[in-house]
Design a protein around this ligand. Structure first.
Ligand code: C2O
Ligand code: CU
Length: 502
């Protein structure tokens, strides 16, 4: 019976809250007990970390961005949404490692906004988290983000204000490495998304529905019965909280995809970014193997795969060799009966790309999970005994769609204390029936998997009933969020602060 199943899937698991390591902190402005004063975004330590990062004579790239409302075509469907510059995804920003990026954002939205530079180990005061690292950028006003971009890789940016990410406010940020390019001839960025805005409700309305219905899942009832709610055997539980009318690749539905011209035999680096709010994707190309080279911007020991899993906020780079004819890059929404695609077309042949039958075939192939990847030697950091360990117990959604970390909803003043120079371990435990892509701002952690050879990442899937340890070196002072990149979970409380203190 439906009700029972819903109740079961959202059962609130009781447990002893592992919050022992948490120390209550005073507000950033008011110094408290010695050794527990938070290093705030305006601390000289943040400025010092930035100058250490910035090379003399670093090149500067200046970009103007307008956050606007308006109609966007997502492939034969017109939606009224919020976007950067009226296009979906927003125009890519491309810089080189070590450059200074300066972005002037003009907020023409009917609400305050912000921009978070997802995955970058940047200066804390430019991290874009209202109420923690800056004030909201009010309607009709401007804000200039300016920071050194320390590491090469595939990143993206999005607001950190409410559930604005689930509108059209996202765009790729590609950081080139001068040493890249030996193993590919061209590249293509593919941004994945789940879409509801302007079709039947806004993301804010969807969040309200989830909160009203407590256990989740009820939102989207008008699209079908509860049995339509996404479930995933591979991820081990619920695959999402909402039903989405569309999923998109580079802003288009599968019906009217973006096509890219690639000559047969060319090696293409696909930079895959999951900008969805509530959907993980399996990505693969029928009949073409992928060589997986990076995750979350950082290199791994290359491995071959037919399919890769990409959770919300994760990125995976792969290299594929273009066959004769045309081939789709399929992004299959996990647990949902939906897919999106970008088509690679050989300019000299007329062949039609594979259709939906190929999606079903591909869905049967083994899926590579990011935790199976092995870190590339050049970015590996030796494992040590941690100086400090913090538990992050993930729970929810309770009666009112409350998602918590260590039994508490997000409180910017209540940080998990760490000190500059420490080797830190976060021990995440998922006590819920759904996976959580856990993201850490300002750092790239080591996933403690694969015999301590796990990849470096900033977002990692923590599966239902399972744990995941991640380690990082505290080398970027400030106040940093760690949270679930399901934007509804994060907004409903599943966020915490990793707080440098002095
Ligand atoms: Cu893309 Cu706080 O995250
Ligand atoms: Cu979550």
């Amino acid at each position: 019976m439906t009700t029972r199943r819903v109740f079961h899937r959202r059962r609130f698991l009781q447990l002893g809250v592992g919050a022992a390591a948490t120390v209550g902190l005073a507000a950033c402005s008011s110094p408290s007990r010695a050794g527990t004063t938070p290093v705030g975004p305006n601390s000289p330590k943040v400025a010092a970390a930035e100058s250490a990062r910035r090379a003399a004579g670093a090149a500067k790239t200046s970009v103007r961005l307008n956050a606007v409302t308006g109609v966007v075509d997502i492939g034969g469907v017109q939606v009224n949404t919020w976007s950067y510059g009226g296009q979906l995804p927003g125009r890519e920003i491309r810089v080189k490692r070590g450059d200074v990026l300066s972005v002037e954002l003009s907020n023409e939205l009917p609400a305050p906004t912000s921009i978070h530079w997802h995955g970058l180990a940047l200066r804390n005061d430019m991290d874009g988290v209202p109420g923690l690292t800056q004030d909201e950028i009010a309607q009709g006003s401007q804000f200039t983000y300016e920071f050194t971009v320390p590491d090469a890789g595939t990143y993206f940016f999005h607001p950190h204000s409410g559930v604005q990410l689930d509108r059209g406010l996202y765009a790729p940020l590609i950081v080139e490495d001068p040493e890249d390019g030996a193993d590919y001839d061209s590249e293509l960025v593919i941004v994945l998304d789940d879409w509801l805005d302007g079709v039947d409700r806004t993301p804010d309305e969807a969040l309200d529905e989830l909160k009203r219905n407590g256990m989740g899942g009820m939102a989207g009832m008008d699209h079908g019965s509860m049995s339509a709610m996404p479930r995933s055997t591979l991820l081990g539980g619920d695959a999402g909280d909402l039903v989405y009318p569309h999923v998109l690749a580079n802003g288009r539905t599968f019906r009217d995809p973006v096509a890219a011209e690639v000559k047969a035999g060319q090696r293409v680096r696909l930079r895959l970014i999951n900008a969805a709010a509530d959907t993980a994707f399996r990505v693969g190309l029928p009949g073409v193997r992928m060589r997986v080279t990076h995750t979350d911007g950082f290199p791994v020991k290359p491995v071959e795969a037919d399919m890769v899993m990409i959770g919300m906020g994760e990125r995976v780079d792969v290299v594929v060799t273009m066959p004769d004819g045309a081939v789709p890059v399929f992004a299959i929404a996990e647990g949902r009966d939906q897919y999106a695609q970008v088509v690679l077309r050989n300019p000299t042949t007329q062949m039609a790309p594979a259709g939906p039958e190929a999606v079903a075939e591909l869905a049967k192939l083994r899926v590579l999970m990011a935790v199976e990847l092995e870190v590339a030697d050049r970015v590996a950091v030796p494992v040590k005994q941690p100086d400090v360990v913090h538990d992050l117990v993930l729970e929810g959604p309770g009666e009112r769609y409350d998602w918590t970390i260590n039994g508490k909803p997000y409180d910017p003043k209540d940080g998990l204390p760490i000190r500059q120079g420490q080797y830190v371990r976060l021990r995440m435990k998922n006590k819920t029936t759904m996976f959580h892509p856990m993201h850490l701002h300002g750092h790239t952690f080591h996933v403690r998997a694969n015999g301590d050879r796990g990849p470096r990442k900033d977002t990692a899937l923590v599966l239902p009933g399972r744990g995941l340890d991640v380690d990082f070196v505290a080398d970027n002072p400030g106040q940093w969020l760690t949270h679930c990149h399901n934007v509804y979970h994060g907004e409903a409380g599943m966020m915490a602060v990793v707080s440098y203190v002095e």
